[in-house]
Design a protein around this ligand. Structure first.
Ligand SMILES: CC(C)(COP(=O)(O)OP(=O)(O)OC[C@H]1O[C@@H](n2cnc3c(N)ncnc32)[C@H](O)[C@@H]1OP(=O)(O)O)[C@@H](O)C(=O)NCCC(=O)NCCS
Length: 396
């Protein structure tokens, strides 16, 4: 078995058929296979590795060079996608070998974070990934938004197809990347797929000319459902402007559904708003995302609370050694080991990642098999890494 990087047209006969078998309805029609070529531009900068033997592709993995906000700092992130093994070659260690090499290479290129959507979280937990919250889907009827129709809001909403509004949409996702913990976006060559497919309407809220909110959506039929994608708002006024736009659909559609960040509380948006808010996870088709630190460089200089703790990292290919984490200046410093009496925790890569992303309390780590954390070390770690709710946004 050999490992090889594939690019351009080479993907059509190697990684694409495996991914199609794994993720689409099959056998594929000839017409569907003909469409493969249309996807090539959106994969152009991905790093795709395959395992092959006697000219046959046994397994494939890809990484998308993305960016992600970790506690206010934007860092290069490797988005892992297209993980698939030939049905006759599964359980032979091919994906393990490929993922190791893929993440080695992405890390060497400076990607200090990685994220993915797992088919089964326990599979990737063994590679050091920790679970992130799943965005919520909120459903309500436009009739409940009636109170907004009479309000005079100081801002405007524009309405256009996504192909026309794409530059404003992309710029607003860039702004969210800078401002929102956990937020990640695609490189340009991948992001433009949404513009090129042109399958959605885009509405943007603007205040004094500046975009402060945006959402893309489609409508299935008269009297049907308005299917919204991610509701992105910088403040309550932007949200009110977008909901007011939806309120004007009261005589056209029955229901509105939108995806919202995991920390959004739609039941507080308006009085007398009947809402259903849902996050459902299921193996293999409906997963919450996962993420991990690939390098301790991600932690250097990160905004941190007060705390000083020694961490011994264990059981991981990419994070190892003993380090002193010091958050007393407000910017996290990593010092080589010292022989003082600082409290010490032993952490797995997933355990440290869970703290950095703000998704678990240090006291939860021993319960989850992610480390040994004495009470004094837990207090320091809690100080350094206050809980946060990351919103990954990009879906891949
Ligand atoms: C899931 C899939 C990619 C695994 O590939 P693979 O080449 O069989 O995986 P490996 O043999 O390298 O397995 C790595 C480890 O995970 C274990 N593993 C494999 N499949 C697993 C599963 N479904 N659940 C839990 N553990 C699993 C293996 O036993 C192995 O453990 P070991 O290192 O202790 O021996 C493959 O079965 C597949 O293509 N499935 C359909 C597509 C899919 O779901 N892709 C994942 C998208 S995120």
């Amino acid at each position: 078995m050999t490992i090889r990087r594939v690019t351009a047209d080479d993907r059509l006969t190697t990684s694409f058929p495996l991914a199609a078998y794994a993720f689409e309805s099959s056998p594929l029609s000839a017409a569907r296979i003909d469409e493969f070529r249309d996807y090539l531009p959106y994969q152009e900068g991905n790093r795709t590795l395959i395992a092959e033997e006697s000219g046959a592709t046994l397994a494939a993995v890809s990484a998308i060079p993305m960016r992600q906000n970790l506690r206010g700092v934007v860092l290069p992130m490797a988005g892992v996608a297209g993980v698939a093994t030939h049905p006759l070659a599964r359980r032979q260690g091919h994906v393990r070998t490929l993922l190791h090499q893929l993440l080695d290479e992405m890390r060497d290129e400076g990607h200090s974070l990685s994220a993915l959507y797992p088919f089964r979280p326990s599979f990737y937990a063994r590679f050091g990934y920790t679970g992130l919250p799943k965005p919520r889907r909120v459903t309500f009827t436009p009739a409940n938004l009636g109170s907004l129709l009479r309000v005079d809001l100081p801002g405007e909403v524009s309405w256009e197809r996504i192909a026309a509004g794409y530059p404003a949409w992309r710029a607003f996702t860039e702004r969210n990347l800078q401002e929102r913990h956990g937020f990640s976006i695609f490189p340009d060559y991948r992001a433009v797929g949404m513009r090129d497919r042109d399958e959605y309407w885009l509405i943007t809220a603007r205040v004094a000319g500046e975009v402060t909110g945006a959402v893309t959506y489609r409508i299935d039929e008269h009297g049907g459902t308005l299917h919204g994608n991610e509701l992105l708002v910088a403040d309550p006024l932007a949200r009110a402007l977008l909901l007011q736009f939806f309120a004007r659909h009261v005589d056209q559609i029955d229901r509105i559904t939108l995806q919202v960040p995991p920390d959004e509380l739609p039941e507080l948006w308006l009085t007398d708003l009947d809402v259903h808010v849902e996050a459902r996870t299921a193996v293999p088709g409906s997963s919450a995302p996962m993420a991990r630190l690939l390098s301790l460089d991600a932690l250097r200089g990160l905004p941190a609370g007060p705390g000083r703790v020694r961490v011994e990292l264990t059981g991981d290919r990419w994070l190892a050694g003993t380090h002193l984490l010091d958050g007393t200046t407000g910017a996290l410093e990593l010092v080589g080991d010292t022989a003082d009496r600082t409290p010490t925790a032993t952490l797995t890569a997933a355990g440290l990642s869970a703290l950095a992303y703000g998704v678990l309390d240090p006291a939860e780590l021993p319960l989850r098999g992610l480390g040994e954390v004495p009470v004094d070390a837990a207090a320091e770690l809690r100080g350094i890494f206050p809980r946060r709710v990351p919103y990954l946004f990009a879906d891949f």
